[in-house]
Ligand binder design. Structure first.
Ligand code: PLP
Length: 467
């Protein structure tokens, strides 16, 4: 029987996969989860020699209700254009195994899910004869991965708000050099907070949202998480074959808790994970939670790893649901309290960690630069600053007796300034990034006002074509 999906807050009827994907957030304000996590511990040997797309297909079979031929073609199509035939290869650098997730079109791990999600949306919209206008705010990485997932797709347009002149030159060019007609880059004369506020205001105007069939591609969408489960299995198989190990640990550079939550689901599915190492930069709300049991808001500080500069982790509620033994009443209570007081407290049992599976640490700027330099000098391996957060925390928390797999979430060429500071040389290049310099770019300037963005969407949204 096909998997049903529920809300962390218990206020909606179990729904099918397609409805779960299309609704993003559940109608009761909760996040969507599978009703039951399928356990596959007895299928590991059967799966271990599958190629990446086949493994992705086997994992998605457990969760989706898509026609098998359509699902397989969406998956093949999503990963065909990755620049590594393995999609997510594992490289050994010293004692550390590095899982490279940046071989997609925008050189960041978000491609693995967003390439799939764009095609999945297109298929669902075709079969329902509907259209969608994707709206999102970005401080950098998510915008380009979302644009590349949606560009040129039928029945979809995408509107990405970025703070004018305040994203890195590489990130700006990645977004604004896409010339497809269904891609709209809005350079907002303000900060990232203005962009987020405007997007939120627009989503809250239900009339407007429904009239223009607004959709979201941020990581609260279940279909952003499921494709990320696959590489935890794939990396385990790769490292088990190389070392003969029976268990592994993963170190995950973490912002919104999406990537590491996919690892948590893999664990619940029966993947033999000893520890999930949660690595943050100086924006350490999650590290503070896993080391003290207190989850409290503080202000955002800009760092060398901007995609992890978050205040509140949008996927954390999914973890809380399991932490509270699937008691949605309790989740609702805790989230209400969090909205009121800006704080959640979970009392660890005496002497015990908040969660024996999840250990955490944080890495500051000096450590990130030192780690990039050290791996470059000692192992000839160049990593980006997000990856360096995971590697430095992974090294310091590794218990030594199982292999540690560090997730490499972006290619170093996306962050040339940090690489230059770390190594003293201009060595972070990739032909795709270098080529952006000569491409024409296109964006629309808008003032930091909700009404201005609404006007722009109203004038260019897709429903004008369909109605
Ligand atoms: C988004 C992102 C992260 C953080 O992932 P989460 O799922 O938000 O925890 C880490 N590194 C890079 C390069 C990213 O783009």
């Amino acid at each position: 029987m096909a998997m049903k999906y529920i809300s962390t807050r218990g206020g909606v009827k179990p729904m099918c996969f397609t409805d779960a994907v299309m609704s993003g957030l559940a109608d009761d304000g909760g996040l969507i989860l599978p009703q039951e996590v399928p356990v596959v511990a007895d299928r590991l040997d059967e799966w271990q020699n599958l190629e990446y797309p086949q493994l992705a297909n086997a994992v998605m079979d457990l969760y989706s209700d898509l026609d098998p031929a359509i699902q397989w073609s969406i998956i093949q199509d999503s990963y065909r254009q990755f620049r590594s035939s393995q999609v997510a290869p594992v490289i050994k650098a010293g004692e550390i195994h590095i899982l490279e997730l940046f071989h997609g079109p925008t050189l960041a791990f978000k491609d693995i899910a967003l390439q799939f999600l764009g095609r999945l949306f297109e298929h669902i919209l075709n079969s329902r004869d509907e259209y969608m206008n994707v709206l999102g705010a970005t401080s950098g990485d998510t915008g380009s991965a979302a644009i590349y997932g949606v560009k040129g797709r039928e029945r979809m347009s995408i509107f990405i708000l970025h703070p004018s002149g305040r994203v890195s030159p590489v990130q700006e060019r990645q977004m604004t050099t896409v010339m497809d007609k269904n891609v709209h880059n809005l350079a907002v004369g303000g900060t990232f907070d203005d962009c987020q506020r405007i997007a939120k205001d627009i989503f809250c105007d239900l009339d407007f949202k429904n009239r223009y069939q607004l959709g979201s591609v941020n990581s609260i969408n279940l279909a952003r998480l499921l494709p990320q489960i696959v590489y935890y299995f794939y990396a385990f198989f790769t490292v088990r074959k190389a070392t003969g190990c029976q268990k592994v640990s993963f170190s995950v550079p973490t912002g919104n808790f999406g990537d590491i939550f996919a690892g948590y689901l893999a664990y619940r599915m029966g993947l033999p994970i000893k520890q999930l190492i949660l690595a943050t930069n100086e924006n350490d709300i999650l590290h503070r939670f896993f080391s003290t049991g207190i989850y409290g808001i503080s202000s955002v500080k800009p760092t060398l790893s901007p995609s992890m500069d978050i205040q509140v982790a949008s996927n954390f509620e999914r973890y809380l649901f399991y932490r509270m033994n699937s008691d949605s009443n309790k989740v609702r209570e805790v989230m209400d309290r969090f909205r009121r007081d800006g704080e959640i407290r979970i009392e660890p049992q005496k002497g015990a960690a908040v969660d024996p599976l999840i250990v955490s640490g944080k890495s500051d700027e000096a450590t990130v630069l030192k780690t990039i330099r050290k791996f470059h000098v000692e192992h000839g391996y160049l990593m980006d600053p997000h990856t360096a957060v995971g590697v430095s925390v992974g090294e310091s928390l590794s218990s030594g007796n199982v292999p540690v797999i560090c997730l490499a979430t972006a290619h170093p060429s996306k962050f040339p300034d940090a690489i230059h500071r770390a190594t003293g040389a201009d060595i972070a290049h990739h032909p795709l990034i270098d080529a952006l310099k000569d491409k024409p770019s296109r964006f629309e300037n808008v003032p930091p006002e909700t009404s201005a963005v609404k006007d722009y969407i109203a004038a260019s949204a897709l429903n004008l074509i369909y109605s």
